[in-house]
Write a protein of this length. Structure first.
Length: 258
């Protein structure tokens, strides 16, 4: 597998997403607050066709069409538009996310924001990059001066356990950090962490296609990932915590187990 081919697929898919961003679109509801457009579906179809023809030996797991297991020896996880709510509302913070995993290990990732034309990528063991510039996490050591990104799960609309977790975590953490950012695309949250723009990130209910690419980019930039208990992260885990490594323990201490 070549990272250059993956990058080209993301760039080409970006033209579909960019066209959609500047057009009026049909919005449908997958859930009370979980939206989808014809561009999510169209972009996913394009990426699947490309990946299928270049990498037929991989199982393709894409947000709008996948059902079933997340675990295969050779898998590619695809989010055609991560940040659909931003996409629909004309906020230029969204990305195409393509992550390659082999035997449970993240090996390659590409995250592309076609509106700002920012391309992030990483290959295991070879570093993480944005448009050719090597990425490194921040060296922030103090939680009180750390900028922390998060996101809210669609299940918040049920006002149940997920909503309560979000509120409890914010209550615990907000007085002890610089500030919170809810930017709206988990794949980019991980790239911003890899770039040192934010120092930590946490969320619940993320799916493999939200994080599969961002994980390899962050790890290659020197970051750390776990579940909220501090154990190594598994796609079935409800919680996801990431950091520059230096604030990881302090961040975990302020979050609530679920
Ligand atoms: C969502 C975004 C958002 C996160 C949600 C995700 P989508 O993905 O990554 O930041 O908070 O949990 O589902 O639905 O825009 O692909
Ligand atoms: Ca997503
Ligand atoms: Ca999506």
């Amino acid at each position: 597998m070549k990272i250059e081919t993956l990058k080209q697929i993301a760039l080409d898919a970006g033209t579909i997403v960019k066209e959609g961003f500047y057009s009026s679109k049909e919005v449908a509801h997958k859930g009370t607050v979980d939206l989808v457009t014809e561009y999510d579906v169209k972009t996913e179809k394009f990426i699947l066709e490309q990946l299928q023809s270049h990498f037929p030996e991989y199982v393709l797991i894409a947000e709008e069409s996948h059902k079933g297991s997340y675990y295969y020896d050779k898998a590619i996880y695809i989010d055609p538009i991560d940040g659909t709510t931003n996409f629909i509302h004309g906020i230029p913070h969204l990305a195409i996310s393509i992550g390659v995993w082999e035997h449970g290990v993240p090996t390659m990732g590409v995250v592309y924001n076609p509106i700002l034309e920012e391309l992030f990528w990483a290959t295991r063991g070879e570093g993480a990059y944005r448009d050719g510039v090597r990425l490194h996490v921040s060296d922030q050591e103090n939680l009180q001066t750390s900028l922390i990104a998060t996101g809210f799960p669609y299940a918040k609309a049920d006002a149940g356990v997920e909503f309560r977790w979000v509120v409890e975590c914010i209550t615990n953490i907000l007085p002890h950090i610089l500030d919170i950012r809810r930017i709206g695309a988990a794949s980019l949250d991980l790239c911003y962490l890899a770039q040192g723009k934010v120092d930590g990130f946490y969320e619940i209910d993320l799916k493999p296609w939200d994080v599969a690419a961002g994980i390899v980019i962050l790890l290659e930039a020197g970051g750390e990932i776990s579940n909220v208990k501090g154990e190594s992260f598994d796609f079935e885990d409800k919680s996801f915590v990431a950091s520059n490594t230096k604030i990881h323990k302090a961040l975990l201490k302020r979050l609530v187990e679920i």
